[in-house]
Design a protein around this ligand. Structure first.
Ligand code: AMP
Length: 539
């Protein structure tokens, strides 16, 4: 067979040739913009030309600090297609972490949304390698800023060559992208994606038994483009000619529901907190969601009650999936096998709430105390993964040794796998609760609590215990309408029939909000501190 390189250039060039009329709908601070792929492809060539003129060389990193919109999409392709490396920066990290990752990645140029300027200005005195800042804005003038030198994105594009030719010497294993994990301890860790990895992962998103993304879809990635490349959706969408709807900055559940309705979105992707917000909006408002064929949900466990509510109350099917920044991210997805469709509602829901089966192209093994665990849905072990879109190391980071061993990525996620190969995430290793020598899954307790009508969100954490080593405490945010009338006892009574006695939390604390990470996951570390203080205060 021929050895043609799998590079991203072919993805954008395919959209340019085959789907020039298809659309990208982009919401920015200035409103909704509509572009054809012909226009996006031309603007992408212009951006590649501008960056080349600014002196960006092959292999150098160009950072983005931006929301999901068309300019970010252009950067997604212009940077790798000119041979440089797209470094998407999580704008919800602290200025210290942002400075750290820009310096660590040695970014040469930064593209930044105008509303994110104040954050970047705070970091700028610390930055050691940045030679130019490009401001992405709908305004014609550069806003006042302390950054220097600054360029206006649209002015650069206006002066650039619309027929810029992408270099042909890009090899498939060359770096194309880079993303730092949203570390909860220590500095974020860098992951470098190759062209080959991105192309193969994009193909996997299109498989009929995975997300089945296709030309016929209208895709709305709600997951930020700085969180594991919006789970690869923008890459696949461009390649397949899928209509893309990019939701821009500061969206609300109302705005998302409106976008889905107006643009007739067929598939969308995001973390459970986004969908909990949307569910509330759908329950209270009146929207036509009939265009939606699937909601891709990952990043943390999708509560069973939420999946049920979407599917039964709103007829919106869920696709629960699991992945990590290190895995591009798709690893497993919960699509049922043909014969499982015949199971009853409750059994199907049980399966769909698991994270699912392995996407073709990857390998997994689950390591327990004594080697690989049995496929019985009970024995727990650490999920290890390998494959062509799995990172093989952290970028210039000694923590590589812990996570990458014997050719496998050791994920730190504790899972079970059942007879049918459905993986269920039990917990992060560090979030499992060890009580009297036995493990309690915080995720299972959270899921059970979130299935109660009164509960909006629930997180369960461990507190140290003299006799049992650790015990679970539940933190619950009640829905507004239930705040006055729901007691701890009611929630305990709800949990008791579902779990062994020793699994039942020692206490339930009612909170106004669960603290979240920069990508919308429960921030268990800070919650643990908060809860431990509260327990000490009470004792
Ligand atoms: P990130 O790199 O920020 O995407 O985080 C990856 C981590 O999120 C994984 O290691 C898991 O702990 C967690 N995660 C991702 N998807 C799921 C899911 N569907 N259910 C439970 N945990 C998940």
């Amino acid at each position: 067979m021929m050895q043609t390189p799998l590079t991203m250039t072919q993805m954008m060039e395919r959209a340019e040739k085959y789907f020039p009329k298809k659309e990208v709908v982009s919401r920015t601070g200035g409103g909704i913009h509509r572009f054809t792929y012909k226009q996006i492809a031309e603007r992408t060539r212009r951006l590649a030309d501008s960056l080349t003129k600014l002196g960006v060389k092959k292999g150098e990193r160009v950072g983005t600090l931006a929301w999901n919109h068309h300019r970010h999409l252009e950067a997604y392709f212009a940077i790798p297609c000119m041979g440089a490396v797209l470094h998407t920066i999580n704008i919800r990290l602290s200025p210290q972490h942002i400075s750290y990752i820009i310096n660590h990645a040695e970014d040469k140029v930064l593209l930044v949304d105008s509303d994110i300027l104040p954050l970047l200005e705070k970091c700028a005195p610390e930055l050691k390698t940045v030679k130019a800042y490009i401001i992405m804005s709908d305004e014609t003038e550069i806003p006042e800023t302390t950054l220097s030198p600054v360029y206006h994105y649209e002015q650069l594009l206006a002066e650039a060559n619309p027929e810029f030719s992408y270099p042909e010497d890009i090899a498939e294993n060359d770096p194309a992208g880079m993303c730092y994990t949203s570390a909860t301890t220590g500095n974020p860790k860098g992951v470098v994606y190759s062209h080959r990895g991105i192309v193969l992962h994009s193909m996997a998103l299109g498989l009929a038994d995975s997300a089945a993304l296709s030309e016929k879809d209208i895709a709305l990635p709600v997951v930020p483009m700085f969180h594991a490349n919006a789970w690869g959706m923008p890459f696949s969408a461009v390649w397949f000619g899928t209509t893309l709807v990019l939701p821009g900055p500061y969206f609300t559940p109302k705005l998302l529901a409106g976008l889905i309705e107006q643009e007739k979105v067929t598939v969308t992707a995001g973390v459970p907190t986004i969908w909990l917000g949307l569910l509330k909006e759908l329950d209270e408002g009146s929207y036509d969601m009939s265009s939606l064929r699937g909601v891709l949900c990952g990043g943390s466990a999708a509560p069973k009650g939420m999946i049920k509510a979407f599917e039964q109350r709103h007829k919106i099917p869920f696709m629960h999936a699991y992945g990590m920044t290190e895995t591009s991210p798709l690893v497993v997805i919960s699509t049922l096998k043909s014969y499982q469709e015949e199971l009853d509602d409750e059994e199907r829901l049980e399966l769909r709430a698991k994270q699912g089966t392995l996407v073709p192209g990857l390998e997994i093994k689950i390591l327990g105390k004594d080697g690989e665990v049995a496929w019985d849905g009970k024995e727990m072990g650490e999920l290890c993964i390998r494959g062509p879109w799995i990172a093989s190391e952290y970028y210039k980071d000694e923590r590589t040794e812990d996570a990458f061993r014997d050719g496998w990525l050791h994920t730190g996620d504790v899972v079970t796998i059942d007879e049918e190969g459905f993986v269920k995430i039990v917990d992060r290793t560090k979030d499992l609760i060890k009580s009297g020598g036995e493990w309690i899954s915080s995720v299972d307790l959270e899921n059970a609590l979130m299935a109660h009508d009164a509960v909006f969100e629930a997180a369960v954490v461990a507190v140290p215990h003299e006799q049992w080593q650790e015990r679970p405490i539940a933190c619950v945010v009640l829905k507004d309408a239930y705040k006055e009338k729901t007691s701890k006892e009611e929630l305990f009574d709800f949990l008791k029939p579902q779990f062994a006695k020793w699994w039942i939390p020692d206490d339930i604390l009612f909170l106004e909000e669960i603290p979240k990470t920069s990508v919308g996951k429960f921030l268990k570390m800070s919650l643990r501190d908060q809860v431990q203080k509260e327990v000490l205060r009470k004792s």
